[in-house]
Design a protein around this ligand. Sequence first.
Ligand code: HPA
Ligand code: ZN
Length: 324
Amino acid sequence: MDTFLQQIPKAELHIHIEGSLEPETMFALAKRNGIELAYKSVQEVRDAYNFQNLQSFLDLYYAGMSVLQTQQDFYDLTWAYLQKAAAENVRHTEIFFDPQAHTSRGIEFATVHTGIHQALQDAKEKLGISAYLILCFLRHLSAESAMATLEQALPYKDTIVAVGLDSSEMGNPPSKFQRVFDRAREAGFYTVAHAGEEGPPEYIWEAIKLLNVSRIDHGVRCVEDTQLVKYLIEQQIPLTVCPLSNIKLCVFDALEKHNIKQLLHMGLCVTVNSDDPAYFGGYVAENLQQTQQALGLSQQDIYQMMKNSFQATFLNPEEKQARI
Ligand code: HPA
Ligand code: ZN
């Protein structure tokens, strides 16, 4: 089973590139950029990764990324992730980035984008992995700030496939960003949104009905609304589920209690992803391995989820087929 899980072709659809910043890299970049970290050692950083909820993680996530300063830093971060993904036979990945978390500290949008984008281009050539970029708006910030960020992204439209919504979910419903997402779709972006991770099923409905999303990121709280579950099945709207993240952020008490198998067997288009692998204890293969073990998933279950993940990409039909 372990070899099967390592070797099966994968697509990853929910990975925040800033969440792939390993503590070792955090220290190396801090040194390179002359930044003082609040931690004395890599071990101290890892020891701090004990989260009570989404917000307690986000506080460390935003603090950690302060070491990212130059185009080269963003390149190195992205390249490191792509190497790991390729080694796990990820054939295609759709990567979130959070420009506002950088522009708010004086780093230019172009610095962030160019560094990440160049790594994606090199990966296609040198690692044989294809990658798309998804710009995420930070939902704890205003709709005006999101709109300004969208305007900044327009010159890079050809290299960004979609826009998404992340950060603190409770109290920041999708409806807050309806106009921004309207504008993004007019400009030709696909849309996705985090919803139903900590937030209620109504946020998932809003993401679908008001933001016209192609996928729901997380979405595990959909089970609380029977009509919603029925709709997600009928429409085959994909959920990008992140099992280890859900455990680390206390969405479920234990992997054995996760609802991913239930969702899959009900016929939802479920996929498995790593979210913030450096913070949550593993990349996509580790997520698959631990979830398979905890829930006793069959090879058929795994195969179905991998098929779902390719089906749920923004690749065109021929490209999808070529990667499976
Ligand atoms: N949820 C919301 N925002 C995030 C996450 C997440 O899981 N990871 C990084 N930003
Ligand atoms: Zn996420």
